[in-house]
Design a protein around this ligand. Structure first.
Ligand code: ZN
Length: 243
């Protein structure tokens, strides 16, 4: 089974599934919404989550979804977790660039996610020229994950500057890394497996902003074992989500 742990519903779903079928991708995990809003209002957060919930309802065998949250609105975030994860089909939450995750509001959110046994997909960058005001670095995520060992995090993009990003989170065994959001450079997957172990690496594409094929190539083309590739392409997400 191939599970894409990180996609965005920015293309029509039929088109996205058409290309997913060509690459034998079984399941796609939706994140954010049809528009990228850096500082969404509660109403915009709810609209994103309603949008993704509908896709999960229409294509229950293909789409899974993370609830979008803006942690600056803590009470609203906790209500959205109830609405989407407790009373709805969502598998976890996605945190983007509204607030750095090493903030007390994210502690409250991470605790609730641990209670639910759900996932946190956290955008992380070590951005050349400096991060955005609310943008998390791998160090921010390592600090949060240290305080919440029962919460499972996926560090999106490996931190972009991935050599530095991967080294930052070696000790936090509750952090996995995905494979997306940067060019299909050689060596990423090998280094992630060497430093973290294959059980902490999950395939994601960041589609529709990236092609499935170019991101899958990071796994298929990596100098690792077949069983490590199987785990990264879907086995790890199957295990974590109990698919
Ligand atoms: Zn993304």
């Amino acid at each position: 089974m191939i599970v894409d742990c990180h996609v965005h519903p920015t293309s029509p779903p039929d088109q996205m599934l058409h290309y997913a079928d060509r690459m034998s991708i079984d399941k796609l995990c939706l994140s954010l919404g049809p528009h990228f809003i850096q500082q969404p209002t509660p109403e915009q957060v709810e609209a994103d989550n309603d949008f993704n919930r509908r896709l999960v309802e229409v294509y229950p065998d293909r789409f899974l979804a993370y609830a979008n949250l803006n942690p600056n609105y803590l009470e609203h975030s906790l209500r959205e977790i109830e609405r989407c994860l407790v009373d709805g089909p969502f598998i976890g939450i996605k945190l983007w660039v509204a607030m750095r995750c090493d903030h007390a509001n994210c502690d409250v959110i991470a605790e609730r996610i641990a209670e639910l046994g759900a996932l946190v997909l956290q955008h992380t960058f070590y951005r050349t020229g400096g991060n955005l005001a609310g943008e998390s670095s791998p160090a921010d995520l390592a600090a949060l994950a240290d305080r919440h060992p029962q919460t499972t995090f996926i560090m999106a993009h490996g931190g972009l500057n991935w050599e530095k990003g991967l080294k930052t989170v070696i000790e936090q065994e509750n952090i996995l890394v995905d494979t997306c959001g940067f060019d299909p450079e050689m060596g990423y997957t090998e280094m992630a497996v060497r430093l973290l172990g294959a059980e902490r690496v999950v395939y994601g594409s960041d589609g529709a902003g990236r092609s499935f094929a170019s991101q899958l190539a990071k796994v298929y083309g990596a100098d690792i074992t077949e069983s490590e590739k199987t785990a990264i392409l879907g086995g790890n997400m199957e295990r974590i989500l109990g698919l």
